[in-house]
Design a binder for this molecule. Structure first.
Ligand code: PEP
Ligand code: MG
Length: 313
């Protein structure tokens, strides 16, 4: 029993019946890698690379970028590292790029992949530095993808440079609605629940006054995740979750029930999520997910799920 406890505290993520659910870390700067290793993360599910680019008069050199990506790969020997290409937006201007004209709604403007398409040099340099890693453990994914055409464009940019594990984030409702068409262009998808909620509910994620709408237990958000996971499963491709929703132990079980194959979160959340999965079977996760989706409000969804997850601390 002691060994089981230790396993649950440190080992790889898995449900009580032994289904592996790799638990990965969200990393926002290289300083967070150590915390993630200490928390027992199995790799990096979301490497936010904005820290390399923001607030600088010059773009980072290829050498500086390679060092940052190498550090992440070295921190997790044998683990997968998913690097997200630059997610800059009109609210996070890049000093070294001419910005678009002021946008009245920056969250709906030229952000993420949209910006990369208009200024391809930055993304091309980043993909070049990533390809130079020559690592099979390295995966690359794009933020803010709205259409299958965008996913296909990004995949082609990556593959033409020799990158072999290419994904897109699902964080815009149109992408979830047509997940099958996006997934057919790439190797995996990862759901960003923070933006997916913001865009599904038309509720700015930065406004505390909108937090009830951005509650990740909202049944409409669960539906979008379920839709995405089902399309991924149908295509035989992995569907990760890398938004904040994965950091809530009860919701993590629900996400597994909805079909998530990996969960990525801030290091601090890893132990509790690992314990929650270890305490519940796949069947319990499935039932909790089904019960949550059958509700009308976020509070009801949470209560219904928790009632079916008796092993929560
Ligand atoms: C998300 O939108 O859920 C996400 C993981 O990306 P970010 O929070 O960096 O926008
Ligand atoms: Mg996002």
């Amino acid at each position: 029993a002691r060994q089981a406890t230790i396993f649950a505290a440190r080992g790889p993520g898995r449900t009580a019946d032994g289904r592996p659910i790799p638990l990965l870390a969200n990393i926002g700067n290289p300083g967070e890698l150590d915390d993630a290793v200490r928390a027992g993360a199995e790799g990096v599910g979301l490497y936010r690379t904005e820290f390399l680019f923001l607030g600088r008069a010059e773009p980072p050199s290829a050498e500086e970028q390679r060092r940052a990506y190498r550090a992440a790969l070295d921190a997790f020997p044998g683990g997968r590292v998913i690097v997200r290409t630059l997610d800059s937006g009109a609210d996070k201007p890049l000093e070294f790029l001419p910005g678009p004209a002021a946008e009245p709604n920056p969250a709906l403007g030229e952000r993420g992949l949209r910006r990369a398409r208009r200024f391809p040099a930055v993304m091309e340099a980043q993909l070049g530095a990533l390809a130079a890693m020559e690592s099979e453990r390295l995966a690359v994914m794009a933020p803010m993808v709205a259409t299958p055409e965008e996913a296909g464009w990004f995949a082609e940019e990556c593959r033409s440079r020799g990158l072999r594990d290419v994904g897109v984030m699902i964080e815009i409702p149109s992408a979830a609605l047509r997940a099958a068409d996006l997934i057919s262009q790439v190797d995996f998808v990862s759901v960003g629940t923070n933006d997916l909620a913001q865009y599904a509910f038309a509720a700015d994620r930065q406004l505390a006054s909108m937090s009830a709408l951005n509650d990740p237990w909202q049944p409409a958000l669960l539906d979008l995740v379920a839709m995405t996971a089902a399309a991924a499963s149908e295509a035989g491709r992995p569907c990760g979750i890398c938004g904040e929703a994965a950091a809530d132990p009860a919701l993590a079980c629900v996400l597994v029930g909805l079909g998530a194959s990996t969960l990525s979160m801030g290091a601090a959340a890893l132990p509790a999520v690992r314990a929650a999965l270890a305490a519940h079977t796949t069947e319990q996760c499935d039932e909790a997910a089904e019960a949550a989706r059958a509700q009308v409000t976020a509070a009801e969804a949470q209560a219904a799920a928790r009632a079916r997850l008796p092993g929560l601390a």
